[in-house]
Design a protein around this ligand. Structure first.
Ligand SMILES: Nc1ncnc2c1ncn2[C@@H]1O[C@H](COP(=O)(O)OP(=O)(O)OP(=O)(O)O)[C@@H](O)[C@H]1O
Length: 588
């Protein structure tokens, strides 16, 4: 016995069972937040069980009164029976209503929590996952957890209580009959053991397949233009069919296992009910029990077998629950961004509101997780209110430098600090300091909604006048004012309905509205003509806000309005001399 216990303890510590245990503890952390809902849900289930048990007892009395084996008031028993049957229906409907209400609110709460935690995850770590995969984990796996949290534990309690109470009632009337109703139990137990092993692998494969399909669909739908332009419709349609075939083969394989399980369980169920049936007839024939008791036995033996199967079916649910928990834990266990310095940043921002904020990098080295070394001892300085350009060949590290400034990436070596006008004031660059930046990344980053909604994403209290003002500064007003709905015109997904240059100007306007002391423009004016580009940059710097501006560019025309130019090359960031800049402009 002790040996067996040690054996199981060892198995729990290593391998699959250890993972399942860890995942169960993780689910428990969520489950305990919703204990009140779970108790309520459980009580509803138990009330249903109680009412249906009482109905069975009344039905027994009723049959016995009709067949003359028991004296009693038929009308009263009949009314009671009808009353309890209606009560049963009402309780099950009310219980469904509350179960739905609780289920949706718990699902919402868990999803909102997981959504926020996913967004707080370190950028580089989370970007290792395909967005389709992330979406599947957030939607399907989180739903699985919420329904599991709510159903699994209460159902375990409800089914166990139902099983024990039904068994007790039958046992009280006829112990032999009760034991007969349980002859299927060893088979069910054996099945649950086999199911546990097989289901774990199946669930993992199934989740990976769903992530693959969701990734494929999401990528295909967001690249319809490219698929059409390269005449890839047939190729993509064929790829989808390939994925569907793979999905079908996998599902059929699972289905075969489920069929075998169901057939076996049904045969056992049939054997049990026929044995009970035969035994019941024998007991009535021998005068040991009444007709009413036999009817009750038959319905309760069915309920016993049914409840046992429901208990067994909790095994695959538990496995799927822990698999989902494992998939979410992969994401949620990754490093999180730390916003604990928010107060310090607030204070620093207040002290430097009128003089502006600059940024200094000293000896910064950075390599991406895949080992790609981008910087090795790089230095950079932008004093408050300066406009500084970052130039360099494609792929040398300009965008990476801006991500390091935003605290989205963390250098392996070196120091990044934000400075005020006087040298004494400084704070470290970290996620809390991100609120001091406005960023216009490469590509189209507008959200779907109106222009005004896009603007108010960064400053909800902005008035229409303020929005028009920044649109003018970004040279976007000239096309927005011609739109029939002005700032209330709709922007499609990823800036749909606007040209690349127009979307860039809208993005710049949005960044300006944020009124941050440091503005980062990552080739944000690349789609504009040279004259508009210069006008935009001049407007940005001529506003009354004390703004430091860092621009990455491939176009030397911008350089003449910059106070400093840094060149990124061979993992270093070096300030260019006047003559070098002039030479660069001449060669362009
Ligand atoms: N998420 C990432 N993981 C691994 N390597 C990356 C990642 N992002 C960029 N890189 C690599 O880092 C290097 C610098 O990329 P970065 O985007 O900073 O260049 P860039 O100078 O901005 O280029 P461009 O002018 O073309 O925009 C490139 O070699 C790129 O392959």
């Amino acid at each position: 016995m002790l040996e067996k216990f040690r054996h199981y303890r060892e198995r729990i510590k290593e391998g699959m069972l250890r993972d399942m245990w860890r995942q169960t503890l993780w689910i428990y952390e969520y489950a305990r937040l919703y204990w009140k809902q779970m108790i309520f849900y459980t009580l509803l289930g138990l009330a249903g069980t109680l009412v249906s048990l009482i109905s069975s007892l009344i039905s027994r009395d009723m049959v016995d009164i009709i067949t003359g084996q028991q004296a009693g008031l038929l009308a009263r028993t009949f009314c009671l029976y009808i009353g309890f049957s209606v009560g049963n229906v009402l309780i099950s409907q009310i219980s469904n209503y509350f179960a739905n209400k609780i289920s949706i609110s718990v699902d919402n709460a868990i999803k909102a929590d997981i959504f926020e935690k996913m967004l707080l995850t370190d950028l580089e770590s989370i970007q290792n996952y395909h967005t389709g995969d992330l979406l599947t984990r957030w939607s399907s796996d989180a739903s699985n957890i919420s329904s599991g949290v709510l159903n699994w534990i209460p159902n375990l309690v409800i089914y166990t209580v139902r099983f024990v109470s039904t068994f007790a009632v039958v046992f009280y009337h006829d112990p032999m009959f009760a034991l007969l109703a349980l002859i299927g139990m060893p088979v069910s137990m054996l099945m649950s053991k086999t199911l546990l092993r097989r289901m774990k692998g199946n669930n993992e494969r199934s989740a990976a397949m769903s992530a693959k399909m969701s990734g494929f669909n999401q990528e295909a739908f967001s690249n319809i233009q490219t698929i059409k332009a390269f005449d890839l419709i047939r190729l993509y349609a064929e790829r989808l069919r390939g994925l569907q075939r793979e999905y079908l083969t996998m599902k059929l394989e699972f289905q075969k296992m489920s069929m075998a399980t169901s057939i076996l369980l049904s045969i056992v169920g049939l054997a049990v009910s026929y044995s009970c049936y035969g035994f019941g007839i024998y007991r009535v024939w021998s005068g040991a029990i009444s007709y009413g008791t036999m009817t009750m036995f038959l319905s309760l033996s069915g309920s016993l077998t049914g409840t046992l199967n429901q208990l067994v079916s909790l095994v695959p649910t538990a496995v799927s629950l822990t698999t989902s928990a494992g998939r979410l834990m992969d994401i949620l266990d990754m490093p999180k961004e730390d916003f604990s310095d928010a107060d310090q940043v607030e204070q620093f921002a207040g002290q430097n509101r009128s003089d502006g904020i600059g940024i200094v990098f000293s000896g910064v080295s950075y390599a991406y997780h895949n080992g790609k070394q981008v910087f090795c001892g790089a230095d950079f300085l932008a004093r408050p209110k300066e406009i500084v350009a970052l130039v360099g060949p494609s792929g040398e590290g300009k965008t990476t430098m801006l991500r390091l400034m935003l605290g989205l990436l963390h250098p392996q070596e070196g120091e990044r600090i934000l400075i005020g006008e006087t040298d004494g004031e400084k704070i470290a660059v970290d996620p809390s300091a991100r609120r001091l930046f406005s960023y216009v990344p490469q590509g189209n980053t507008m959200f779907s909604g109106t222009i005004a909604e896009n603007m108010r994403n960064v400053r909800p209290e902005a008035s229409d006048e303020e929005i028009c003002e920044v649109l003018k500064a970004a040279c976007a007003w000239e096309f927005v004012e011609k739109l029939p709905d002005g700032i209330y015109s709709m922007v499609g997904e990823r800036g749909g309905g606007f040209s690349e240059g127009q979307a860039q100007r809208l993005s710049i306007a949005r960044a300006l509205l944020r009124r941050s002391p440091i503005l980062l423009l990552d080739e944000a004016t690349s789609a504009l003509d040279v004259v508009t580009e210069r006008r935009v940059l001049r407007n940005i710097m001529s506003t009354t806000e004390p703004r430091t501006c860092i621009v990455t560019t491939h176009r030397p025309t911008v350089l003449s309005i910059c106070q400093k130019v840094y060149r990124i090359r061979e993992q270093k960031c070096v300030q260019m001399q006047e003559e070098e800049i002039r030479q660069m402009m001449r060669e362009f």
